[in-house]
Structures are given as structure tokens and as C-alpha cells.
Design a protein. Structure first.
Length: 429
């Protein structure tokens, strides 16, 4: 995904000729990682490998080691947790109502301060690495002054009233929580580029405290003090039995078009026998639930629901859902979505180390349409999958698809099969 973003932005570089902007491959990659890419995995090793690959991709094309900025901190971009669960002991952990920004957002006022702090931070790094001469002490003082000013702006005027109504108290609590949410976003941005160990530890602690405060306030507001005490055991754990998308990635859901523009995944192929303890949760929270459904089924609903308007979803997952009984709720649910394309590899051994036969499922955020493109891949001996798909795709009429099982036949074959089914008499009882 990063390479696609960089490739697209590189094509536009000639249109920025003469502007004082760094559009090197390194800078475009760094911007993509900082502003566009997020990831979650329950396996901490997978998280570490992803971070390492990002870091290596940043420096692989660079020749002058003195001009390369230190690698960014990715702890709050690539995270560890159970991405299917956002509750703990049946209790919601984050009040999504806080995502509604107040009309007068103080963060708009701090944008110039943030930009100046970022510029000074870059200048300070060049001085400290010997790439530029300058007064590092003066710059540190100016950064400290600007950070103090920013805190004052975010804090806003304090209420001096001794008594407030219940509604006013609730409003004050909401505003305070929203202030903490904005502060959380600020610390996440600062943490991304910070290389000083002391400051990095300070920012990390502030982020963890703000996240915990927002969770704790939600639980206390609901009167769930027991859950609050039990949850404290997980506070320092890296891998948590939940993942709060709209808190940990709040900037994605606070923007004008909330949600992700693209959601891609290769969900885990875990059999239903291994997820017995989670089935009660899935039954309550997922429309695609079926008692014998494998784990990947729930990732489809989760991924589509994370999309922004106009967003695109693309998973590679087992094709068994199209025919298996446990896929019936998923098939019915998918007919309410905007299916763009299904590329079915049948029983071809796409993954040498696994006997799972995959398909690629693409869905757009929007209203369902009558037809979508399908491809039945008959060989793995192709030079380019994109070209193969273009050459072999055909339309499938969604209205002909039966919830009992999907056959990705072309429209003429679908109509014929439907006619035979309507006129024939089933054998046996």
C-alpha cells in the first residue's frame, strides 16, 4: 500500500516544480507512514515484523546517511490487539459520542503552532547531527515556549462557577473528554518523530495515561467500577483482548469523512472449534454470525464497517464461504453491500504451505449494485494477475445469487440454471 501511495504522488511531482517542498522518495514514504497507514494484529511478532519492514523501506534507497532523519516511532500506527472485539466483560470501553467535535475546535487555533514546532524540530535534528550549524539551546527554548503556549490554547477558559446544573456538569465532562482526545492526538504526532529518549518516554506515558483516562471515564459514567478494576490488569499488557479503533486511531474517525479509505487484509484462517469462548460475543455483535463459522467470516463485516464513504475493501480469504452452510449469513449480508469483484482461485494451491483455497473479495462503501465482476482463475501460470483478471472477468448478476450457495456463473448461465431449477423436480427428499 505504501508503494502505491508513493508511486501515485511521485507521478504528480512535476506539477510541484519550483515549490520549496521535499518530494524525495524517502519523504513521500515517511509521510505515507505518518499520515496514511495503520495496522492491527493480535500477534505481537507480526506487529514487530511490520514495523521492521516499514523502517527498512525508508532507508533502502538512501545513499547519504547523514541526511537521513531517525526512524519514526510506529507504536501508535502499527498496534497489537484483538481487532474484532471492542468490549471488556460485556462493557463498552469508549464513548463514541466523544468523536463529535465541538463547533469551536481549539486544535484549529494550534495548527500554526504545531507547524512551527515541527519545523524547529527538523532544524534541531540537523544541528545535532552536524548537518547544519546553529544554536540548539535557543531552538530548544523556543520549542518549550511554543509547547506551553499550545497547552494554554487547548486548555481554554476555565469555568469559575461554583454550582452547575446536571446538564452543565455532563457538558463539562464531555468537553473535558474531548480535550483529552485532542491532546491524545497531539502526543501521538509528537511521539512519531521524537528521538530523545526522555521525551519519548514522556510522550509514551502521556499517551497511555490519556487512553486509560478516556476508558476509565466511560466505565465510571456507566457505573461499571468492577470492570474498571479488572481491566487494570491489562493496562500494561502490550497485547490486549480488545482493540478500540475509534480511540486508538481517533484521527481517522474525527475527520470530515470518518473511517478508512482502504481496508486490506489476509484474515487468519482459524477453525471455529478454536474460538468457542468468543462465539457469544460474535453472536451478539456480528450479523454474519453462524455457530460453525470460521474466524475469517467476522473480519469481513468488521473491515467493511471501518470504511469511510467511498472507501474500498479488499481481502484475500478462503473461498469456502461461497458454498458452506456457515457462510449463509455472510452471503445474505454481502448482498446488501456494494460488491465490486470476486476473484476465485478454486482449488489452486496459491499458498504452498496451506491447504486453504482463497479468493479475493473487493467491496466498495456504498449502495449495492445489480452486477459485479467475477473471475474464475484456472491457472497460476500468469505473468501479471491484474492483466489476467482484466482479460477473464465477466459480470455476475447479484439477483440470481442464492443465499443457500453462490455459483459465480456468467449471467446467461445463471438465467439458464434458474430456469432449470424452477422447472425441475428435486431428486430425493
Amino acid at each position: 500500500m505504501m508503494n502505491e501511495i508513493v508511486k501515485a504522488r511521485s507521478i504528480l511531482t512535476p506539477f510541484f516544480a519550483g515549490e520549496d517542498t521535499d518530494r524525495s522518495v524517502y519523504e513521500l514514504k515517511r509521510q505515507a507512514i505518518e499520515h496514511s497507514l495503520y495496522g492491527v494484529d493480535i500477534d505481537s511478532s507480526a506487529v514487530d515484523i511490520t514495523k521492521l519492514r516499514f523502517w527498512l523501506s525508508l532507508i533502502v534507497d538512501e545513499e547519504n546517511i547523514k541526511t537521513i532523519r531517525p526512524l519514526p516511532n510506529l507504536d501508535h500506527r502499527i498496534m497489537c490487539g484483538n481487532s474484532l472485539v471492542d468490549e471488556f466483560e460485556g462493557v463498552s470501553l469508549f464513548d463514541e459520542g466523544l468523536l463529535g467535535e465541538p463547533e469551536d475546535d481549539p486544535e484549529v487555533l494550534t495548527a500554526p503552532i504545531d507547524a512551527r514546532i515541527k519545523d524547529l524540530g527538523g532544524e534541531l535534528h540537523l544541528i545535532l547531527t552536524g548537518a547544519k550549524e546553529g544554536d540548539s539551546v535557543r531552538i530548544r527554548r523556543e520549542i518549550a515556549r511554543l509547547e506551553k503556549k499550545r497547552k494554554e490554547v487547548l486548555a481554554g477558559p476555565r469555568s469559575t462557577a461554583r454550582q452547575v446544573t446536571f446538564d452543565q456538569a455532563a457538558s463539562l465532562r464531555i468537553n473535558e473528554s474531548r480535550r483529552k482526545l485532542r491532546e491524545l492526538k497531539r502526543y501521538q504526532r509528537l511521539f512519531f518523530n521524537e528521538q530523545n529518549r526522555a521525551r519519548k518516554n514522556e510522550y509514551r506515558a502521556a499517551i497511555e495515561q490519556l487512553e486509560w483516562d478516556l476508558i476509565e471515564e466511560t466505565l465510571k459514567e456507566a457505573g461499571n467500577t468492577d470492570a474498571c478494576r479488572n481491566l487494570a490488569l491489562y493496562r500494561k499488557n502490550r497485547a490486549k483482548p480488545f482493540f478500540l479503533w475509534k480511540l486508538y486511531f481517533s484521527e481517522v474517525f474525527l475527520r470530515q469523512n470518518p473511517g478508512f479509505d482502504v481496508v486490506i487484509a489476509n484474515p487468519p484462517y482459524v477453525r471455529q472449534e478454536s474460538i468457542k469462548e468468543q462465539k457469544a460475543y460474535f453472536k451478539e455483535h456480528y450479523r454474519v454470525y453462524q455457530g460453525t463459522a470460521d474466524l475469517y467470516v467476522y473480519f469481513v463485516e468488521r473491515g467493511v464497517n471501518l470504511l469511510a464513504a467511498g472507501g474500498e475493501f479488499a481481502y484475500i480469504l478462503p473461498n469456502k464461504w461461497m458454498r458452506a452452510n456457515y457462510g449463509k449469513p455472510l452471503r445474505a449480508w454481502l448482498k446488501e453491500q456494494r460488491i465490486e469483484e470476486i476473484v476465485d482461485f478454486g482449488d489452486l494451491p496459491v499458498f504452498e504451505s496451506a491447504t486453504t483455497y482463497p479468493c479475493i473479495l473487493r467491496i466498495g462503501a456504498g449502495s449495492p449494485r445489480e452486477r459485479f465482476d467475477a473471475v474464475q482463475v484456472e491457472t497460476l501460470e500468469y505473468p501479471d494477475l491484474t492483466e489476467y483478471v482484466k482479460a477473464h472477468s465477466y459480470p455476475v448478476n447479484q439477483t440470481y445469487l442464492d443465499d443457500e450457495g453462490w455459483s459465480l456463473a456468467d449471467e446467461m448461465t445463471q438465467a439458464l440454471l434458474l430456469k432449470i431449477k424452477g422447472a425441475g423436480v428435486p431428486l430425493g427428499t
